[in-house]
Design a protein around this ligand. Structure first.
Ligand code: SAM
Length: 267
């Protein structure tokens, strides 16, 4: 298999990666045959997966605009992915040129591409780290240098916590980030869910939990996603299907079966 010049030598391009599979769902070009083969298995059982990924990105745009309107100027985007159009820094700086964004991901391609895209932009930084280790992320000199944790921050966990198993204590991870931020800060979560007997979503989860999967997946219910927020105060309308979180346009009845949940909390 040919290795393009933009792929770092240390990555195994014969194994799929969550970041590259997601890039493929979104129509991006930073993916390999192994990623496309894996995505094809998911699309076979959940044909609307590309639309699901797009709705997740549309939510990201809505929520970043909402947060900017609340006066938030700092964003900690955990599991930020491979940059595609409409990334957090683009949305945020369009609303407020002073906005600062720290992207965090542990996928080498996501990190390399984020760095390449953002090179020379003093308002955005990229940290190669595992988000399930909040101490390392929060104490890292890049974080301390780029974000002022004495002022409100939006902590974004968008489409990533379903890759954090129960053993890694996702609620504890959220608590650690929230606990390091001051009142007025926000936590944003979107999460895959097969709630309501969504057989396509349940089968997609099985694909992620097979051998040669890039990451195991743990879908969660509304109650479980609410629990991830702990004591934080959920904004209206609470934890809902992603298209139903403050939609800009009327949503159809199919939104009720959308295989993903969203919630935003403030403290
Ligand atoms: C489905 S993508 C979501 C990307 C982006 N947040 C979005 O919603 O468009 C999940 C991303 O989380 C990253 N990721 C998964 N587990 C992670 C971890 N433990 N630490 C840091 N990043 C992680 C993956 O590499 C991938 O880029």
């Amino acid at each position: 298999m040919d290795r393009p010049s933009w792929a770092p030598d240390e990555i195994d391009i014969t194994r799929p990666s969550v970041a590259r599979v997601y890039d493929y769902y979104l129509g991006g070009s930073h993916n390999f045959e192994a990623d496309r083969e894996f995505a094809a298995q998911v699309l076979e059982v959940l044909p609307e997966m590309a639309t699901v990924a797009q709705a997740n990105r549309a939510f990201l745009r809505r929520v970043v605009r909402h947060l900017c309107a609340q006066g938030i100027t700092q964003f900690l985007d955990l599991g930020s992915g491979i940059p595609t159009a409409g990334n957090v820094h683009e949305i945020a700086t369009a609303e407020n040129p002073e906005a600062r964004v720290l992207y965090v991901d542990n996928d080498p391609i996501a990190v390399v591409h984020s760095r390449a895209l953002l090179d020379g932009d003093p308002r955005t930084e990229v940290l190669d780290a595992d988000l399930t280790d909040p101490g390392t992320v929060l104490d890292h000199p890049l974080t301390r240098g780029h974000l002022d944790l004495g002022r409100p921050v939006a902590v974004l966990l968008v489409s990533v916590l379903h890759f954090v198993p129960d053993e890694a204590d996702p609620a504890g991870v959220v608590r650690a980030y929230a606990g390091a931020t001051v009142p007025g800060s926000h936590v944003v979560i979107t999460h895959a869910s097969d709630e309501g007997g969504h057989s396509g979503a349940a089968r997609a989860q099985n694909v992620y939990n097979r051998d040669r999967s890039p990451n195991r997946m743990r879908m969660r219910s509304t109650t479980e996603v609410r629990e991830l927020f702990g004591d934080l105060e959920l904004l209206d309308p609470g934890v809902v299907r992603i298209p139903m979180w403050r939609p800009e346009y009327p949503v159809g009845p199919e939104a009720q079966r959308y295989p993903g949940l969203a919630g935003v909390a403030r403290h």
